[in-house]
Design a protein around this ligand. Structure first.
Ligand SMILES: [Ca+2]
Ligand SMILES: [Ca+2]
Ligand SMILES: [Ca+2]
Ligand SMILES: [Ca+2]
Ligand SMILES: [Zn+2]
Ligand SMILES: [Zn+2]
Length: 389
């Protein structure tokens, strides 16, 4: 009884500190920061069965009721000669990408706190090696049932770093858009586990699908030069290009204008609403008319879209995303603003109101990755500082 009273008093105190005028009972079902995790869970912890015992101690894990938090548990397969445990540096890169997100919080801060549990929060662990998850979600669910605490369901995304699935060389798979389960499967990539950057980019790509993001922003159109995001296959395994280096992990944060492939003005480059400043150090990538990928060091102006060594033409026509037709490639507002925090099992009352989900038919394969990235990156090509804007 004392514990319950203490909890109520603590809640009231915190809600008062938060400036709430609502009665505590209403405050308890609120989600002030809009991250899908109720204020009550973030302040008191999450009580799965409603028996007064906290099952997921969110405050101890660093949750903040006034800042957006996303929790991910990762388990990984371990073989005798290789280990799919994600590189800690890659995890840090993804955490930094979310911390730098242009997303505002009720406490006046910006950014999203990404909590990745590879054992540090008591959940992540190694798994027996299975060379092929097949049928993929059937085998995934067997692993999940044995390695993921059900009381974490409304809080944590669950990820398995696996070898391969469905007898193919696909880099990963999210359960849907949005969802709360995903797989990273780089068994066909470098050393059977992928490089740090391949792992980090694919982790952020698949998590992005769980958070409602698509390959082309609002649509599924891939390889748009005006979509600077790890959701674009151009940037999944090497990150964005900025200040002459690869490796910036981000979802699109730019107000890029539409590109009309029938009428491209090379002088304008990547047109961004409000001027060049936000993209002044960014490059991009595009397909040339001969099907080769060109890397463009500075995308803000004078981009030779048709690859004829003249970058100042004002009306050229090129299928820059190699979709085999020429169309208008829609630009995007801040993709970070479109994040869906309560996809899949995340959040309260999920049985009653599961969000509609789109299934993903195809993900980046090794063959497709090699077709756009025939040469591996050297260490010199990759940035070492995450935070340089
Ligand atoms: Ca919340
Ligand atoms: Ca929060
Ligand atoms: Ca686990
Ligand atoms: Ca040209
Ligand atoms: Zn393996
Ligand atoms: Zn994808």
């Amino acid at each position: 009884m004392n514990r319950v009273i203490n909890r109520v008093i603590k809640t009231i105190l915190i809600l008062c500190l938060m400036g709430f005028l609502l009665p505590a009972a209403e405050g308890l079902s609120a989600d002030t920061d809009g991250d899908g995790l109720l204020d009550d869970w973030e302040i008191n912890g999450y009580d799965y069965e409603g028996d007064g015992i906290i099952d997921v101690d969110l405050p101890a894990m660093g949750a903040n009721p006034l800042r957006k938090d996303i929790f991910v548990e990762i388990d990984w397969m371990k073989a005798t000669d290789h280990n799919h445990k994600p590189d800690a540096k890659g995890i840090t890169k993804v955490i930094n990408a979310f911390a730098n997100a242009p997303v505002s919080n009720p406490d006046g801060s910006t950014g999203i706190i990404l909590h990745v549990d590879t054992g540090n929060l008591g959940g992540g662990n190694s798994l027996n090696h299975d060379i092929d998850l097949n049928p993929v979600w059937t085998e995934f669910d067997v692993i999940k049932a044995a390695n993921f605490a059900p009381e974490r369901g409304p809080i944590f995304h669950y990820a398995v770093f696996a070898h391969q699935y469905s007898a193919g060389c696909s880099s990963g798979l999210a359960r849907g858009i949005p969802a709360s389960d995903f797989i990273v499967s780089l068994g066909c990539w470098t050393n059977q586990v992928g490089t740090m950057l391949e792992q980090a980019g694919t982790l952020m790509h698949e998590l992005g699908h769980n958070l409602g993001l698509r390959h082309g922003g609002r649509d599924h159109v891939n390889y748009k030069p005006n979509f600077l995001s790890v959701m674009n296959y151009f940037f999944q395994t090497r990150g964005l290009y900025i200040t002459d280096k690869w490796g910036r992990l981000d979802y699109s944060r730019f107000l890029t204008k539409d590109m009309d492939e029938n009428h491209l003005n090379e002088k304008r480059g990547l047109d961004v609403s409000g001027g060049d400043r936000p993209i002044r150090r960014y490059g991009t990538r595009a397909f040339c008319p001969n099907g080769a990928v060109q890397n463009i060091a500075r995308a803000k102006r004078y981009v030779d879209w048709d690859c004829d060594l003249n970058n100042a033409e004002t009306d050229v026509s090129v299928d820059v995303n190699n979709s085999l037709n020429k169309s208008i490639l829609t630009g995007l507002s801040n993709e970070w603003d479109n994040i869906v925090y309560d996809g899949g099992l995340i959040g309260p009352g999920v049985e009653m109101q599961m969000r509609p989900m789109v299934f993903i038919m195809h993900e980046l394969t090794l063959e497709e990755d090699l077709s756009i990235n025939p040469e591996p990156l050297s260490e010199d090509d990759i940035m070492d500082d995450d935070l340089t804007q």
